[in-house]
Design a protein around this ligand. Structure first.
Ligand code: SF4
Length: 331
């Protein structure tokens, strides 16, 4: 079975929080949320599913469990009708740690939510304060604990490049998420126009990162998830998360291919380690099934790098080995 999310974007209308990186207000200013369109969106997506697809309706966007309670229930009721007629297997939603408690989880369970994506962003209280996130790391730990205790699948979302963050705090955040989560999403920071973060950058209170710096920081974090066998289900924003073109970005680097480039960097590290001291002009290297292009790197840059560094021509083969491992094979 192939897992598919049917994303339904629910902007967090009237969100009382004030996260410095938030572009939701801008999105909601320009996007009129029409509840009646939700059914149409789901129907269209359901009509494209094949019998091999195992689908979840995913209420993404702001903080699903923080929106108006009656709207949340109506959306859950709608989602449940698709489970009942076998069109999807379950529901999924994203939310903030301070919008999780026992009562909310009971409601989610009742309507068939299986997966909760939690916007943790950082487990460093100094970073949360600098981002004016409005919740503490203790609330994130408690929410993660409650979500798992109640039998949900947990996806921990974190960000790299936040104000006040360091490589150490980002690695620690990933390690904290690994203690609870079944999967992770990593969002490298994007400095959107007209956000508090953009004003902070203009005033010199925040130093924006280059795309290469963000790729490195994000790859370092992804390495933590790999080492704990916690799959990273996505790196970077999706098209419906407010990034439709470069015009929305105020400053700092952002690379649309950041996910691919993080993978390339991770494989490049593996290859350099594996081939250091290798005697020979060519090498056959096994990687996991479906990972040849990631290992080869963006525009085959890893193959070129190995040639430049060690004068070795690399050929990849795919084997049944864990993702992000590389094994030297007999030629
Ligand atoms: S990012 Fe923060 S301010 Fe923006 S919608 Fe989410 S909780 Fe509200």
């Amino acid at each position: 079975m192939k897992h598919k999310n049917i994303p339904v974007f629910i902007p967090h209308l009237g969100c009382p929080n004030d996260c410095v990186f938030c572009n939701q207000r801008k999105i909601t200013e320009h996007t009129e949320f029409k509840e009646e369109d939700v059914k149409k969106t789901i129907d269209e997506a359901v009509s494209t599913l094949t019998p091999e697809d195992e689908a979840e309706i995913a209420f993404f966007g702001g903080s699903f469990t923080g929106i108006d309670r009656s709207l949340m229930i109506r959306l859950l009721e709608l989602g449940k009708t698709y489970i009942e007629r076998g069109a999807v297997s379950s529901l999924r939603c994203s939310t903030r740690p301070d919008y999780i408690d026992g009562e909310i989880l009971d409601i989610l369970k009742k309507y068939g939510v299986k997966t909760v994506e939690l916007g943790i962003q950082s487990t460093d209280d100094k970073v949360l304060a600098a981002c004016r996130r409005g919740h503490s790391s203790a609330q994130s730990f408690e929410a993660m604990r409650l979500i798992k205790e109640n039998g949900f699948e947990l996806i921990g979302q974190m960000m790299t490049g936040l104000p006040g963050a360091s490589p150490v705090s980002e690695i620690k955040t990933a390690e904290d998420i690994c203690k609870y989560a079944d999967g992770a999403r990593i969002y490298p920071i994007v400095v959107f126009r007209d956000t508090e973060l953009a004003f902070m950058a203009e005033a010199g209170a925040y130093e924006p990162y280059t795309a290469d710096e963000l790729i490195k920081r994000t790859a370092d974090v992804k390495e933590v998830f790999i080492s704990h066998n916690v799959p990273t289900i996505r790196v970077g924003l999706q098209a419906n998360e407010g990034l439709t073109g470069g015009d929305e970005i105020a400053c700092g680097g952002y690379d649309e291919a950041i996910g691919e480039k993080c993978d390339a960097l991770i494989y490049s590290r593996r290859l350099v380690k594996l081939l250091d001291g290798y005697k020979g002009k060519s090498a056959v290297i096994a990687v996991a099934k479906g990972h040849t292009s990631r290992a080869s790197g963006h525009k085959k840059e890893n193959k070129r790098k190995i040639k430049d560094l060690f004068d070795i021509d690399v050929k990849f083969i795919e084997k049944d080995i864990p993702p992000y491992t590389a094994e030297l094979c007999e030629e």
